[in-house]
Design a protein around this ligand. Sequence first.
Ligand code: F6R
Length: 365
Amino acid sequence: EKGGYAHFMLKEIHEQPDALANAIRGRLDFNLGTSVLSGMGTSPRELAEISRIVLVGCGTSLHAGLVGEYAFEDLANIPAEVQQAAEFRYRNPIVSRNDLVVAISQSGETADTLAAVREAIQKGAFVMSLCNVVGSTIARETSRGVYLHAGPEISVASTKAFTCQVAILLMMALKLGRGRRFSREEGMQLAKAIESIPDLVARTVRQSDHIAEIAARYAKNEHAFFIGRGPMYPVALEGALKLKEISYIHAEGYHAAELKHGPIALLEKDTPVVALACDIPGKDKTLGNVEECRARGARILGIITEGDHEAAAVMDDVIEIPRTHPLVATIPAAVALQLFAYHVANARGCEIDQPRNLAKSVTVE
Ligand code: F6R
């Protein structure tokens, strides 16, 4: 049932080109330069009325929401914010009728996310879900939603659900963007970049053996930092979460600019720093932060754009991802970090599919 892979997690990482192709198939309209997400069930008129987007979720799904926040603001020019689902549910959130609340949940059963959905419905928001499990409670209670079509995710550590969530959020942002300032030409370009995601991910997954060699050099460390800027900031958070949950290495994700406000005090010789330094706006600043870490003796693993010699020159190790749209690049970058976490955990002999203390779906608060 693991299809020849040692763990479900590795199988699911490798399934991503197909899972993403399924998530994207039939959902792009190249003629109009937009996306077709019938599950959103919205007329262009209703879409035009959306004045704010609130994304809610937990864990990895929350991190997907953080990428979505960048996409909605950048592409669709709509104010967007992310709230941890439990926080949303208990803070008596301000929600108005032109707010779109997007609940993100692989399982569709997470208790806090479900409670956030009920709260948002109660407050009269326009509520949608992004679930993977068809017919799950959250999918049923939100009358509108888009399924991921990622296929069953067995491994406790979420992989293909995350990348499919991000792909769908990008398609939603494309649709909302086209209803606003985005031209047909710009829409077509983004649609093409989204269409290429399965290929970008296939090229990243093919580096699994190379990533395993790198990972072996980090398997003995007990701490690691992940840094990124812009849309790569949530990818840094997700990379740290993946590493800590399956390898039990203490890993922290930070915005690269936050390092010198405290965390840099923890860097010692050979402390691993994973830098999301792809060639997107802000790269030069991230490379500057990498230099600051190097000056403290840290060992740097760079996730960089292929052929970027400038970035490679300041790293101890590199994993290259294909050049693409900056928001789309979050997906292959996240895949590289999934493989890194997997191979580190494997080198440490960890029980990868069933990490201690964790359950696949958290149905209690
Ligand atoms: C991490 C992980 C968890 C889940 C979180 C939300 O790898 O799997 O952090 O992302 O428990 O689960 P869903 O998406 O099912 O609501």
